[in-house]
Design a protein around this ligand. Structure first.
Ligand SMILES: [Mg+2]
Length: 250
């Protein structure tokens, strides 16, 4: 096997974990924000309409591997409740920002992450490839948690228009890192987007299971508990020490 020349990372549940109840906090911020903007929303009614809209738009977008955005979900939920507000309305943009502002309060770094990035950043180009609808929020969160300086490349699905596992986003990562794909290690927690996506794009994949092992609430994650890794030759790590061990055994 050719030596590793660059490393790519997923963001959520790979570098960052979330407190339980985080999404509820974020939902409460949307509702408070829209009420302040003059919409007398009833909490449970809005939540139900928002969830139904989210499910609809996510299903539509993922059929072709595309990304969607929260502004469409909020607009559709408000329309459902009798308020006609297009997705481009600045009040919806403000509600989106309110939603993601909560992430600063409930997202944390997985232990040792900054130290790991500092050390590996001296040895390899580092890339980040995240499935995240609202790219400015992902970038803001990375900045807030002190991750930004360690990455040579930051790619967010909300900017790219497609999500992992779509090959387009991995091609963008390979191009940006400017290293042959077989020499890029991609580390992520989600089997379908991260592991299968990376393998299908010709990268090497490492399954990071710290969040799963530590019983931290998986968010946002599509991994079914008990699901076993299907591919032979995919290394599994639980801590960053495991990653250093893996790289040392190259
Ligand atoms: Mg993840």
């Amino acid at each position: 096997m050719k030596p590793v020349k660059a490393i790519g990372f997923d963001l959520f549940n790979t570098l960052i974990s979330a407190d339980p109840g985080g999404v509820e906090l974020a939902m409460a911020r949307i509702i408070a924000n829209l009420r302040q903007a003059g919409f007398p929303l009833e909490e449970e009614t809005f939540k139900t309409a928002y969830r139904q809209a989210a499910i609809h738009f996510i299903k539509e977008a993922r059929r072709e591997g595309r990304e969607t955005h929260n502004r469409f979900w909020i607009s559709a939920a408000l329309t459902e409740l009798g308020y006609d507000l297009p997705p481009e309305d600045p009040r919806i943009a403000a509600a989106v920002e309110a939603y993601f502002s909560a992430f600063y309060d409930f997202c944390h770094l997985i232990p040792g992450t900054v130290e790991m990035l500092r050390e590996l950043g001296e040895r390899y180009p580092l890339g980040l490839l995240s499935n995240f609808t609202h790219a400015p929020a992902a970038r803001g969160l990375m900045e807030h948690l002190g991750l930004t300086p360690y990455f040579d490349v930051v790619l967010i699905s909300g900017d790219l228009g497609y999500r992992k596992p779509h090959p387009y986003v991995f091609r963008r990562l390979i191009e940006a890192l400017d290293v042959p794909q077989a020499q890029i290690l991609f580390i992520g927690d989600d089997l379908e987007p991260d592991i299968r996506g990376a393998l299908e794009a010709g990268l090497r994949a490492v399954w990071m299971t710290y969040v799963r092992e530590s019983q931290a609430p998986p968010f946002p994650s599509s991994v079914t508990p008990g699901e076993e890794i299907p591919e032979d030759g995919v290394d599994r790590i639980v801590t960053w020490d495991d990653l250093f061990g893996l790289l040392a055994s190259e």
